[in-house]
Design a protein around this ligand. Structure first.
Ligand SMILES: [Zn+2]
Length: 291
């Protein structure tokens, strides 16, 4: 079972989250039939999105993270709620590019140069929206920069997705560690040293380390205390009714053209790739709403 742990350390001067997300990322891969580098990119952002989702306080709060770059993946989008449910997709699931200099899946090159946008819908009139330029486009570093630049929260983000030889997901997970505004210099220094000394998320997961183990490793002797454990997973809440609402957004002219073609149409949910069929009769019913 995939889950997120929430923790504090150093007398609440640090707050932290860690996730194990193999099933979540494998489910995303199955839905979208993503190539290994697309699975890694989507998996990293899904894992981070799930953790950032549970950071939100409202029952109905929604979070969307978009990485839009000039790379061949043509963007990665993830949406999460505050209960550990997350969904997402990439523009081009088939992208295949050479491994990077370290022999790793080159997520940075797949995404390319561009922007990271975070939108939080917290039930207010206007959703909170913030955009920062992408740096390495490796996801974790970009989110670290987002937290510092947009939320003024010094953070360390680690994310990892490891693929099996058969291109299924072997390991996935990550952590987000954040300094509270009242964190003392000594704690900041100590955390920095720990972050620089730990191995990568995928290496830790390969050793069999749980989210609890990962945070214990990151925090060292700073007294990590676990405060919550939340089940998490890939979940899309789309339905034919919801897709109809999206269809209602198309122009009268386009709808008429589809009806005149006289063939049923397929409408796909971007987030989970489920196809919904609409008969000509159903489209005609929809058409009446315009009159
Ligand atoms: Zn869906």
């Amino acid at each position: 079972m995939d889950y997120i742990v929430r923790a504090t350390a150093a007398n609440r001067q640090i707050r932290a989250f860690a996730i194990t997300s193999r099933e979540m990322v494998e489910t995303a891969r199955e839905h979208h039939n993503t190539s290994p580098v697309a699975t890694a990119a989507l998996g990293r952002l899904l894992s981070a999105g799930a953790m950032m989702g549970v950071m939100m306080k409202g029952e109905k709060d929604m979070l969307t993270i978009m990485m839009k770059g000039d790379g061949p993946i043509n963007g990665v989008t993830v949406t999460a709620d505050s209960h550990g449910n997350v969904k997402g997709y990439v523009g081009n699931p088939n992208v295949i590019i050479p491994a990077n200099y370290a022999g790793k899946l080159d997520v940075g090159a797949a995404i390319g140069y561009g922007t990271l946008t975070v939108i939080k819908d917290m039930g207010l009139k206007e959703p909170y929206s913030s955009q920062v330029p992408l740096g390495t486009s490796e996801v974790a570093e970009d989110l670290t920069y987002y937290f510092a630049a947009s939320e003024q929260v010094p953070s360390a983000v680690g994310l990892g997705v490891l693929m099996s030889k058969d291109n299924t997901v072997k390991q996935a997970g990550g952590f987000i560690v954040q300094l509270m505004p009242f964190a003392e210099e000594e704690v900041i220094d100590k955390l920095e040293k720990r972050i620089n000394s730990i191995s990568s998320v995928t290496e830790m997961l390969e050793k069999g380390m749980t989210p609890e183990d990962i945070l214990t490793e990151v925090m060292g002797d700073m007294g990590v205390e676990f405060t919550d454990k939340i089940e998490t997973g890939f979940k899309c809440t789309c339905s034919k009714e919801k897709i109809v609402k999206a269809l209602a957004g198309i122009s009268k002219k386009d709808l008429d053209e589809i009806i005149n073609d006289g063939k049923e149409i397929d409408v796909k949910c971007d987030f989970c790739n489920t196809t919904y069929k609409f008969s000509v009769e159903e489209l005609k019913t929809l058409r009446k709403q315009y009159q």
